[in-house]
Design a protein around this ligand. Sequence first.
Ligand SMILES: [Zn+2]
Ligand SMILES: [Zn+2]
Length: 91
Amino acid sequence: MTLTFVKSVIAKVPKASRAATVCALVGHSRIVELCLGQVTCARCGAILGDTLAGAYDLSQRLIVGHDCKACRRDYRNMTWRSRFRTAPASA
Ligand SMILES: [Zn+2]
Ligand SMILES: [Zn+2]
C-alpha cells in the first residue's frame, strides 16, 4: 500500500467519502480527537473508544490540539498512514 495508490483510489470517490476510504485502506489514524472521554479518528471521525471506560490506551495516540512534547515527538515519528488527510497534517 503506497500513498500514490491511496491517492488514486480516493480521487475516484466522492469528497465526503474520502476520509473513510483512506481509513478503510490503511486503518484509522493514530491521530485522534478526544472529547468528553470519547476517542474519535482525526481523519474520518469514527468512534474508536472511550477513555472513561478505561478500555482505550492513548499511549500510542496523538491527541489533536494537545501540543505537548510527547505529542510533537509522536507526530514526527508517524508515517503518512496516520498523517494523511488528518486535521493537523493538512494545516
Ligand atoms: Zn478513521
Ligand atoms: Zn500530548
